[in-house]
Write a protein that binds this ligand. Sequence first.
Ligand code: UDX
Ligand code: UDX
Length: 471
Amino acid sequence: MRIAVVGSGYVGLVAGACFADLGHDVILVDNDQQKVSALRSGQVPIHEKFLPELLQRHRGKRLEFSGDLQAAVRASSAIFIAVGTPPTEQGEADLSYVESVARSISAAINGYKIVVEKSTVPVYTSDWVRKIILRNAAPPDSFDVASNPEFLREGSAVTDFLYPDRIVVGADSERCAAVLRQIYAPLTDGSYYGRKDAIPRPDGAHIPPPLIVTSAKSAELIKHASNAFLAMKISFVNAVASICEAVGANVEQVCQGIGSDSRIGPRFLSPGIGYGGSCFPKDLMAFRSVARECGYEFRLLDEVMRINEEQRQRFLRKVRNALWTLRGKRLGVLGLAFKGGTDDIRESPAVLLVQALVQEGCQIAAYDPAASQRAREVLTAGVDFAASAYDAAAGADALLILTEWEEFAALDLKQLHSKLKYPIVIDGRNLYDPRVMAAHGFTYYSVGRTSASPEAQAAAASAPARKLKKS
Ligand code: UDX
Ligand code: UDX
């Protein structure tokens, strides 16, 4: 099928490349001419595993890049809208780009088309898109509007798209639903996974994925509610971590205990310095305001956002408690991206903490495997960008772990210890085992666990063994 994808950002580019890999002819449209030329010339503007291969495989064959939205609409049966929906001052989703795309689509309808929301949008958006297209003179039976939310995570976007937990199709007519079933058929009938050149199956992926058909409104709500629930789970475990710190319990043990309950599940129970990224923060605010518009005060989401903010303040206090004063201190920082596996620093808790520490008069030496280039644009003072994790630690009063990059968990602790001025590590992502850190001579602070140090370990080792009461 010939498909147009409007907006070549994270979601649009990945969706377009994957649709081509499913066998569709795709026109990827963007109104940023520089981005279109860069994509045509073979550049890959985002750091996503498997994306360079897919673009290489289909560029100029089943995948073309264009700045001409209307030509793409005329040539296509399905048009996916994946433009930005950034937050307004008030936290609502700014849908002006979606509206302008809808207006342009209307003028190019030359036969039945489906117009599909791929960006995260509040409930009612599909109604508005339909109204705008009708208002601009498209015949009512010449198109349908659907919602097909994307659940991909940055860093694993391609495999999340091709091996989803579910495909949600929000369509208010069977004719429209049928087109979307056809588009995703290579995934839902499993034929894609039988191909030799299929993108490898990630561990734990269930194939074929279920396709859930709902109304457009329900699909729009599924996306907001899913992101809100995941963020709530993170804030919940961060709140539990704060209680663990107060009573001397171990949050990792607690997570193992609660996560083993199949009704809760172990995923998204990693405590840390809070969630960030281009989705959770803005989607929670947008969901909060659309709920208010519908007359429902969704106060639970306020608390999810408040706990997330507080997590960073708690971490700052931990740094102060470990170092006493901060002015003039040199801190090594590992991680600037909002999470491991991506170069994206949008709403990154790491960047927000570095800015706060620079504000307090600290000199920062920061290392990130992929995000330093983007971070240089926002961290313009008080930060040296180190070439390696060990360089970032060199001569530092303490080392802060702010992003959960796997490579940080595999560092040579002896070398790290030799680099630091003081062997103090404050871990905002619980990447290390406290006993191992103490055994390597570090004073180690983490989230939801008792701090560890060689002295505390020696004291514990020499303390007379307490008999565990027989249960
Ligand atoms: C988008 C949505 O913003 C977000 O709500 C959703 O959660 C995920 O998809 P993302 O792909 O990260 O997020 O957006 P962004 O990286 O900002 O890309 C949007 C693209 O659309 C940009 O390349 C921009 O140039 C393009 N665009 C924007 C258009 O082509 N036309 C427009 O009118 C506006
Ligand atoms: C998220 C959703 O997961 C995805 O389904 C949606 O389409 C877009 O938004 P993404 O923003 O790429 O994806 O990142 P995700 O992996 O969800 O992590 C979000 C944030 O939560 C990161 O800052 C991460 O560090 C943090 N996080 C995640 C935790 O603090 N603890 C966890 O257990 C999981």
